[in-house]
Design a protein around this ligand. Structure first.
Ligand code: HEC
Ligand code: HEC
Length: 371
């Protein structure tokens, strides 16, 4: 008898035994077994202050208790990454205002992307697009991207779907959220819908600014009041240079969500921007170097600043604006030099500090469901 035949004879029983065990324990991801759980969706209405705009809730993704709960689990679960070490929350930490405190974020491969993490705050009210360059039209579309990004979670959605279908508890949660009957109906579309539902609940409207200006609890300090005048274009004295922050960071959301070039880069021509931003998405060369103006709510918590995290402090940000920025052809007209005394600086920062909302970042509903 040859050595090979001997080997086969010897190992065959083990192979058969192993295959049998596998059959018993492993759930075939295409298995069409019915999921045992009741589907009884409870609609959720967001609590929004009346001075905020209406939230944008897509018709095909209404908020439900079970959907939000599922989204919160997925947001905090490293099951979305290739090596089970990172989740969305790794780069969107509550303690950092749901950004990550880094100039650029590091993914599972230990490599850094080129941009700084963005805070997840009041995104239900963004009527424009998502990301610094607006390349995702909806929150649902946004949530698809980090999983397959090699510089972020570096996993395939096919694998994620398989892991979720085989999971001990997710199939029930997907049924409770979306009424599916079978494990095989768990898809990336439903997963990202749930994540978007959770994100839409992340509303910040209880900062000192909200309390003092809108809820009439107490008075602004003199510094805060002077800072407000410096910030708000409506308060400008005609003909005098004014910081004009509210042109682009205006409204109760402290952003217009519009795209501008705010003069950060010194480039010879529009093709030379190290990161072209909006222009890379719509292929309009005049939009190279334009980025979405982010909200300034919770800004004290989300340093470093700008799309590449180039400024460590708000003082540096203000020095940049006071300089009038670099005069590229598409620099916005509202970026122009103005005088900024030390007093002005600390007044503006006192005003920006009013936007810190610690009840938002500490809200138990937004923390990990696994702790
Ligand atoms: C490795 C770090 C990292 C991980 C992991 C990560 N993000 Fe992000 N997130 C970022 C960065 C960086 C940006 C900005 C990228 C850009 O604009 O190109 C961003 C942007 C966003 C935005 C856009 C916010 C806005 O105002 O437009 C949302 C929403 C978001 N992430 C949600 C998520 C979700 C949901 C997950 C998990 C599925 C996730 N992120 C995983 C780093 C990360
Ligand atoms: C012409 C529109 C415009 C004006 C005016 C403007 N900004 Fe901005 N701001 C932007 C844009 C666009 C960005 C994002 C730029 C980038 O990262 O490339 C930004 C980014 C910022 C950031 C960083 C945000 C973050 O999450 O990293 C801060 C802070 C800021 N602005 C504060 C101010 C203050 C304070 C003023 C007034 C002195 C002001 N801005 C005036 C458009 C403007």
């Amino acid at each position: 008898m040859s050595y090979l035949k001997l080997c086969i004879l010897f190992f065959l029983p083990f192979v058969i035994l192993f295959a049998a065990c596998e059959d018993d324990n492993m759930m075939d991801p295409t298995d069409n077994d019915l999921i045992e759980a009741t589907y009884d969706p409870q609609a959720v209405t967001l609590e929004v202050p009346d001075y905020f705009p209406d939230p944008i809730i897509p018709e095909d993704n209404p908020l439900t208790e079970a959907g939000i709960l599922l989204g919160r689990h997925l947001f905090y679960d490293p099951i979305l990454s290739s090596d089970s070490t990172m989740s969305c929350s790794s780069c969107h930490l509550s303690s950092k205002g749901f950004a990550d405190g880094l100039a650029t974020s590091e993914g599972v491969l230990g490599l850094n992307g080129k941009r700084s993490s963005m805070p997840i705050i009041n995104l239900a009210f963004n009527h424009k697009e998502f990301f610094w360059d607006g390349r995702a039209a909806t929150l649902e579309a946004q949530a698809l991207a980090p999983v397959e990004d090699h510089l972020e979670l570096n996993e395939s959605w096919d694998n994620v779907e398989e892991k979720l279908r085989r999971h001990a508890t997710y199939p029930q949660m997907f049924r409770e959220a979306f009424g599916i009957d079978r494990r095989s109906e768990i898809t990336r579309d439903l997963a990202t819908k749930a994540i978007a539902q959770f994100e839409r609940t992340m509303i910040s409207a209880n900062s000192r600014f909200d309390q003092v200006i809108w809820q009439q609890q107490g008075w602004p300090t003199d510094a805060e009041q002077r800072g407000k005048i410096l910030f708000t274009v409506e308060d400008a004295v005609e003909g005098e240079p004014h910081p004009g922050c509210s042109h682009c960071h205006g409204s109760e959301l402290f952003t217009t969500n519009n795209y501008f070039n705010n003069g950060l880069d010194d480039v010879e021509n529009l093709e030379d921007f190290p990161d072209v931003g909006l222009g890379g998405v719509n292929n309009v060369i005049y939009d190279n170097g334009k980025f979405r103006a982010p909200t300034l709510r919770n800004i004290a918590l989300t340093a470093p600043y700008m799309h590449d995290g180039r400024f460590e402090t708000l003082e540096e940000v203000l020095d940049h604006y006071a300089s009038g920025g670099h005069d590229t052809p598409n620099e916005d007209v509202n970026i122009a030099p103005f005088q900024l005394t030390e007093q002005d600086k600390s007044d503006l920062i006192a005003y920006l500090n009013m936007l810190t909302d610690t009840t938002f970042i500490n809200n138990p509903d937004f923390q990990s469901p696994f702790e």
